[in-house]
Design a protein around this ligand. Structure first.
Ligand code: PGA
Length: 274
């Protein structure tokens, strides 16, 4: 099949996905990494609270740890939810600098990222460590967003499927079928912060591969599986990527730091508001 034909097919798919009365939930998540100040965050939350976001667009913000109480204060009864960028694999004790899942639950977090490629790369987090972090979060009813992704070298050597499988296998070994309750964020390392995104057909093929892995592990249905795409998502490309089959939302870094651009992304995905 021609690339164009595939793209038009996936576009049709997303249209039907969004025109469905009983729409599948779509997750739009902001990963702020080590950015923002208390003042900027208060302004950001003030702006986004004004936005009418449809029910099927689940908005999740991942600020740095010290700012979680601002979210707890300003978003207590709001539909916008928040979480942490990481969590300790240990329960409690002498682990200087770590933050436990119980503490995140205390701060009202319902989600946490685990295994972001910056954690895997800069802080030597192995698939086993990431798996233990996911398990720690789940013990406190915090949904882990398990980030997986291959390097450019793995992609070029056609090893990306093996790498993704190793990353997911470790989590499955740790938590078994509960993997079906987690969110997966596919973030090719070479697309993060680079302005380069994979071709849409590559995104489709890789998300399909991840979905099939989840099906083989847990028997999850297509409707229940949640696989986000992350890496250089912005206002210009978000609609095209949203049209890709098996893309159930986004994890957005740079383009989520300004309320204006993050809100625009939400508007672009809001089919009711068109
Ligand atoms: P980016 O980051 O959108 O700035 O590429 C995404 C991420 O690292 O989660």
């Amino acid at each position: 099949m021609e690339k164009k034909e595939i793209e038009s097919l996936v576009r049709k798919h997303i249209e039907s996905k969004f025109s469905d009365r009983d729409r599948k939930e779509y997750i739009v998540a902001a990963n702020w990494k080590m950015n923002m100040s208390a003042k900027e965050i208060r302004r950001f939350i003030g702006e986004i609270k004004e936005e009418k976001i449809p029910n099927y667009l689940k908005t999740v913000i991942f600020p740095p740890y010290p700012y979680l109480p601002i979210f707890q204060e300003m978003l207590r009864y709001d539909r916008i939810i928040y979480g942490a960028q990481d969590v300790a694999k240990e329960e409690q004790g002498a682990y200087t600098g770590e933050v436990s899942a119980a503490m995140l639950a205390d701060c009202g977090c319902s989600y946490t990222l685990v295994g972001h490629s910056e954690r895997r790369g800069y802080y030597a987090e192995t698939p086993g460590i990431v798996a233990k972090k996911a398990a720690a979060a789940l013990r406190y009813h915090i949904k882990p967003v398990i980030c997986i992704g291959e390097t450019l070298e793995d992609r070029q050597n056609n090893r990306y499927r093996d790498v993704l499988k190793i990353q997911l296998d470790a989590v499955r070994q740790e938590i078994g079928d509960v993997l079906s309750e987690c969110v997966i964020a596919y973030e090719p390392v070479w697309a993060i912060g680079t302005g380069v995104i994979p071709e849409l057909v590559q995104i489709e093929e890789t998300h399909h591969f991840i979905h099939e892995l989840l099906v083989s592990y847990t028997g999850i249905s297509e409707r229940a599986s949640k696989i986000l795409y992350g890496g250089s998502v912005n206002e210009k490309n978000v609609k095209d990527i949203a049209a890709v089959h098996f893309v159930d939302g986004f994890l957005i870094g740079g383009a989520s730091l300004k309320a204006g651009s993050f809100i625009n992304i939400l508007r672009l995905l809001n089919v009711d508001g068109r």
